[in-house]
Ligand binder design. Structure first.
Ligand SMILES: [Mg+2]
Length: 397
C-alpha cells in the first residue's frame, strides 16, 4: 500500500515563507496620474522648540510639510541629516519603494537598523508621500491602493502604572467618557520587570475589576510591556481569558521571540506583538511561526507606511489581523488613520492618541472621535494643513 499523503501540510495551516513573500512583494504604491517625475529638490528638517517638521520640495515647486516622530527625532536627527535625507535629494519621489530598499543598504545604513534608521526614513517617506499626494491632488489612501473604509473605531489606552486599581479605573472611565470609545487598554505588570508588578497585586485585581466596571460590551485590552517570563505570562493570560479580554500585548520581553510564541500557543486570547520589531525578516519569522496573533508595527519606528503595509499583507496571508502601535507624539494618530483605512485585515480597533496640540486644520474630518469612531481625512496627501505661521517659526537644522 502506498503511504497516505502527508498530513503535515493539512495539519499546519501556516502559509509557507514563499507564500508570505509573494503576499508582501507586489508594489504598494499606486501612482496613476503621476506621469512626470517628481524630482526632490530639497528635504529639510525644521525645528521650533520641541517640535520637528520635515519639508520636502520638488523641482516643480510643489511643497510638503509633515510631522515626524518628534520624541525620537530629538535623539536620532543626525541620522536624518547625515545619512537619510541627502540620499533622497535629486531622486524621483515616484521611485520611493525602490529607494526605501536602497537607503537601507546605502553607506551601510543597515547597521543603524532600529529607531535610529527607521524614524528618519519614515519621516522622509511621509514627506515624499505628501509631495506625491499634493502633486497628483490625491489622498495618501489612493496612493496606497484606495481606502477600504473611512471610519475607524478607536481604543483609548492608559499609560499609567503604579497607581492603585481604583485610581486606574477612575482614569479609564474618564478617557472612555471623553471619546465614546468602545474599547480600552491598560497596563499590566511592571514593564520589563521579570514578573514584578508595579504595585503588588495590582494586575490580578485590575483585570477582573475592569470587566466588572465596564461590563460585557466593552472590549478590554491590556499591555504587559514585556513584564513576564513564560509561566507568569501564561498565568496572567488565562486570567484575561476568564474575563473575556480582546488581546494581550507583549507578555514577555519583546525580543524573546520563541517565548512570545510559547505564550501565544498556550492561550486562546490573541497575543499582540511588534512595536519594537525593526526587521521585515523578524516579522516574517514571527508570522510564519505564528508567534503572535495580531501584528503591531509602528509606522514611525518601522520606517513608514510602505514597509508596514508589507507586514500587514504577510499577516493577512496567515489569517492574522493588524493594528498599529502608536508612538505618542506629533500627528502619529492621523498617520495611523490613513494606514488603517487601507489594510485588508484590520483588528476591530485602532489606538488613538490625539489630538496633539499642534495647530493643524482639516476640512474632511474633525480628527476627533465621535462615539468611538474617527473619520479618515480625504483631502490631498495626508489631508491636513499645518498653520503657516507655525511652519514659518520652524527653522532648518
Ligand atoms: Mg505596547
Amino acid at each position: 500500500m502506498s503511504p497516505a499523503p502527508s498530513t503535515a501540510a493539512a495539519a499546519d495551516p501556516r502559509p509557507s515563507l514563499e507564500a508570505l513573500d509573494r503576499a508582501a512583494a507586489p508594489p504598494v504604491l499606486h501612482l496613476e496620474g503621476l506621469g512626470a517625475p517628481v524630482r526632490v529638490a530639497s528635504l529639510e528638517l525644521l525645528r521650533t522648540g520641541r517640535h520637528f517638521l520635515v519639508r520636502a520640495r520638488s523641482t516643480d515647486g510643489a511643497e510638503a510639510v509633515i510631522v515626524p516622530n518628534e520624541d525620537r527625532m530629538h535623539d536620532v536627527y543626525p541620522v536624518f541629516l547625515n545619512r537619510v535625507a541627502p540620499f533622497f535629494v535629486g531622486k524621483d519621489a515616484r521611485d520611493l519603494e525602490r529607494l526605501l530598499e536602497e537607503v537601507y543598504r546605502e553607506g551601510s545604513n543597515y547597521k543603524f537598523q532600529g529607531l535610529a534608521l527607521w524614524v528618519p526614513v519614515a519621516a522622509v517617506e511621509f514627506a515624499l508621500l505628501e509631495l506625491l499626494g499634493q502633486t497628483a491632488r490625491r489622498p495618501v489612501t489612493d496612493l496606497l491602493g484606495g481606502a477600504r473604509r473611512r471610519d475607524i473605531a478607536i481604543y483609548q489606552a492608559s499609560g499609567n502604572r503604579g497607581n492603585t486599581p481604583a485610581q486606574e479605573i477612575e482614569y479609564l472611565r474618564k478617557i472612555v467618557a471623553e471619546s465614546g470609545a468602545r474599547a480600552l487598554k491598560f497596563r499590566l505588570g511592571g514593564r520589563m520587570s521579570k514578573n514584578a508588578d508595579s504595585l503588588p497585586g495590582r494586575t490580578e485585581t485590575l483585570i477582573p475589576l475592569a470587566r466588572e466596571t465596564f461590563g460585557p460590551e466593552m472590549t478590554l485590552l491590556a499591555d504587559a510591556n514585556s513584564s513576564y517570563d513564560v509561566p507568569k505570562g501564561i498565568e496572567i493570560g488565562k486570567l484575561m481569558e476568564q474575563h473575556q479580554y480582546g488581546f494581550y500585548e507583549e507578555p514577555v520581553p519583546f525580543d524573546h521571540l520563541d517565548e512570545t510564541k510559547q505564550v501565544a500557543d498556550a492561550l486562546r486570547i490573541p497575543v499582540a506583538w511588534g512595536e519594537q520589531e525593526f526587521s521585515m525578516w523578524g516579522f516574517r519569522w514571527m508570522i510564519h511561526h505564528r508567534g503572535m496573533d495580531i501584528v503591531q508595527p509602528d509606522l514611525h519606528y518601522f520606517g513608514g507606511l510602505i514597509r508596514s503595509t508589507r507586514v500587514a499583507r504577510m499577516a493577512a496571508e496567515a489569517g492574522l489581523t493588524c493594528t498599529l502601535h502608536m508612538g505618542g507624539t506629533g500627528l502619529g494618530y492621523l498617520d495611523a488613520l490613513h494606514f488603517m483605512a487601507c489594510v485588508p485585515n484590520p483588528y476591530a480597533f485602532q489606538e488613538y492618541k490625539g489630538p496633539s496640540g499642534l495647530p493643524v486644520a482639516c476640512v474632511t474630518s474633525s480628527l476627533q472621535p465621535r462615539d468611538g469612531v474617527v473619520r479618515v481625512p480625504s483631502g490631498p496627501g495626508f489631508g491636513y494643513t499645518l498653520d503657516p505661521e507655525f511652519v514659518k517659526q520652524a527653522k532648518p537644522m
